[in-house]
Design a protein around this ligand. Sequence first.
Ligand SMILES: *Cc1c(COP(=O)(O)O)cnc(C)c1O
Length: 378
Amino acid sequence: MSQPSPFIYLSPPHMGGQEQQYVQQAFDQNWITTAGANVDGFEQELAAYTAVPAAAALSSGTAALHLALLALGVGPGDEVFCSTFTFVASTNPIRYVGATPVLIDSEPGTWNLCPTALEDALRDRQRKGRLPKALLLVHLYGMPARLREIQEVTQRYGVPLLEDAAEALGSRYQDQLLGTFGQVGVYSFNGNKIITTSGGGALVSADPKLVEQARWLATQAKDDLPYYHHTAMGYNYRMSNISAGIGRGQLEVLEERVRQKRKVFDTYRHLLQDVEEIEWQPEPEGFYSNRWLSCLTLKKGCRLNPEALRLRLLEAQIESRPLWYPMHRQPLYQRCDYFGDGTSDDLFSRGLCLPSGTNLTPADQERVAEVIKTTFRG
Ligand SMILES: *Cc1c(COP(=O)(O)O)cnc(C)c1O
C-alpha cells in the first residue's frame, strides 16, 4: 500500500544548524531575557550584512514598522502613502500612530508601487497643501519596487521613504540590499519569511540616532536615571535573547537561502514551461528578488481561476495561497483614498503563490508541478 503524500507547506522554517548553539549559550549564561550577547550579536551581524551603521532587533516586523513611523515623526492627523498591494501589517501601524493611509496601486512590471500613481497622488496632495509625512513602500514577495523612479519622485516632493522589506531581506536593487534605500528599513523574521527568529523583526537606518531612539521606545522609553523615569510613552517591543540566537544561526545561511529560493522559482518555471496559461512575477534587469514566494498569474481569459487551482493543490496535500488582497478592498481600509488603475485588483484575481520552502525537495516540486499540469489538462 502506498503511503499518503506528506503535506507540502507554503514556506516553512528551515534551520541552518547553528541556531541551537546560540540558544544553548543563552541558556548557559542564563540570559533568557530581552538583552544579552545574542541580541547585540544579531544586531551587529544584521547591520554588517546590510552595510548600515546600526540595526534594532525587535519583537516583530509590525513592531518595527510602528517604531519606524514614530521615528519619522508621524502622528495624529498625518497622512502616510502606502502600497495598497500588501499584507495588512503594512497599513495597521499607520493607524496605530493615529495617521491615515493613502493607498497607492501597483504597476505590472514588478507588482509593486506605481511611480505614476505616486506622482498623481503627490500632485493632488500638494494642491491641497498637505503632503504626506512618509511613503511606506513594500517590496512584495521579495521583488524590488522601482526604486530609482520612486526616489526621484519622493525626493522632489521631500517625502521620507520607509521601506517595508519584511519579505525582501537579501533582495537587491542595482546590487544594493533592499531596506537600505529609505530613511528607515524594516525586516520581518516571522516563521514563514526567508529566515526566521521564530517571530521577530528589525529596523535599520543609516542614522544611528534613529536606531537608538527606536531601541529606547522598544524598551518602555526608560530615561537614563537609576529609577524608572519616563518622558515619552514606550512599548515592549525588544527581541528576546533566545529569538536572537535563532536569528544569528539563520543569518549565517541567508545568502544560501536566497540562492535556494531563486532555484525553487527557476525550477517551477522550467517544469511548467509548457503550460501556456501561466505567467510569473516579472524581474526587470538590475532587479534581484530573493523570490521569497514563487508567484504566478493565469493569463487573462484563462479558463481556470486561481481558486480552482488552489483547491486542486489542497486536495493533493499542497498548500498554496492567493496573492495579497489589496488594502483598498479591505473592509478595514476601503474608505481610504486610493490612487491607481486597478492593477493590484487584476493581479489578485489571477494570481497564486506556490509552495516555496527552501527545504522543498526536487520530488516535492515535481509533485506540485504535476498537479498543476493535470489541472490544466483536465
Ligand atoms: C510579514 C510582513 C509584515 C509583518 O511582519 P511580522 O514580523 O509578521 O509582524 C509586514 N509587512 C509585510 C509585507 C509582511 O509580509
